[in-house]
Write a protein that binds this ligand. Structure first.
Ligand SMILES: *[C@@H]1O[C@H](CO)[C@@H](O)[C@H](O)[C@H]1NC(C)=O
Ligand SMILES: *[C@@H]1O[C@H](CO)[C@@H](O)[C@H](O)[C@H]1NC(C)=O
Length: 247
């Protein structure tokens, strides 16, 4: 090869390398908008190994002390931004609700309460969701809450009485009180004792529903959507989800 050809080859190689380098940087820039600080990332899996499966809030509090009021986590290809001050939560979710009120898809939540019917897990702001929101906004408005104060006073009187008679059941009494009050204002049907059918049903279903949605209780179907395709006889979690749905 003549020295002349060699130098052309070198120039071409150099040009190719710099174009590749520049596009790599651009790709890098496009893919990574500036994110808040957070724990060190491991390639591909991010923070998967250090996100605890139970009592997430305690770890979040600890990370908030290290990384500040807003920090990021990455679990596989999902970025999670954790916000730790009520003021910021209000600014983001209330004042900027138009751009922040959607939620990531949860396959399990969708299997338990399909068709967008559950206001807290529904993802589409369509008419189904809007009518729930309207009812909730009405029931929780300051004027509406004021009209229920006599009813709340009556429930609180029973709460005091229950606490005096069986203080060891304090947690159940508090649950009865909050549930009976909500059932009363929503359905006009209160629950005077822990054994009242509506109260007993709710106390049976709700903890199981919340547990099923907690990270780590059931397989990570949202991270690995192919798990949802595994037939029921090999996927015990599908039976669990169906049981909760039919409670
Ligand atoms: C992560 O990857 C899965 C499967 O490749 C995809 O369905 C999902 O939308 C991705 N999530 C994000 C936040 O990019
Ligand atoms: C709202 O969206 C859900 C999910 O796509 C759907 O099942 C439901 O029928 C929709 N509601 C209305 C009123 O269109």
């Amino acid at each position: 090869m003549s020295p002349f050809l060699l130098s052309i080859g070198n120039i071409l190689a150099l040009a190719w390398a710099s174009i590749a380098f520049i596009s790599f940087i651009q790709l890098f820039r496009q893919r990574r908008p500036p994110l808040p600080p957070g724990p060190t990332l491991i390639p591909l899996i991010g923070n998967l190994l250090i996100v605890p499966q139970k009592r997430l809030h305690l770890k979040y509090t600890e990370w908030a002390k290290t990384y500040g009021d807003v920090f990021r986590l990455k679990v596989m290809n999902n970025t999670i931004i954790v916000i730790n001050t009520p003021t910021l939560v209000h600014k983001l979710f209330d004042l900027k609700s138009v751009s922040s009120s959607n939620r990531p898809k949860s396959i399990i939540a969708g299997m338990i309460a399909p068709n967008n019917v559950h206001m807290a897990t529904g993802r589409y702001a369509n008419d189904t969701w809007k009518s729930s929101r309207k009812a909730a906004a009405y029931a929780l408005s300051p004027e509406s809450v004021k009209t229920r104060s006599a009813y709340q006073y009556a429930e609180a009187t029973q709460l005091m009485n229950d606490l005096l008679h069986s203080p060891e059941l304090w947690f159940d009494h508090l649950r009865r009180y909050t549930l009976s009050f909500s059932l009363g204002i929503i359905y006009g049907q209160r629950g005077p004792t822990l054994q009242s059918p509506d109260i007993a049903d709710f106390m049976n279903v709700h903890p199981r529903y919340v547990e099923a949605l907690e990270i780590g209780t059931l397989p990570p179907v949202d991270l690995f959507p192919f798990l949802a395709l595994v037939p029921k006889r090999w996927a015990k979690w599908k039976q669990t989800v169906e049981d909760i749905r039919h409670l």
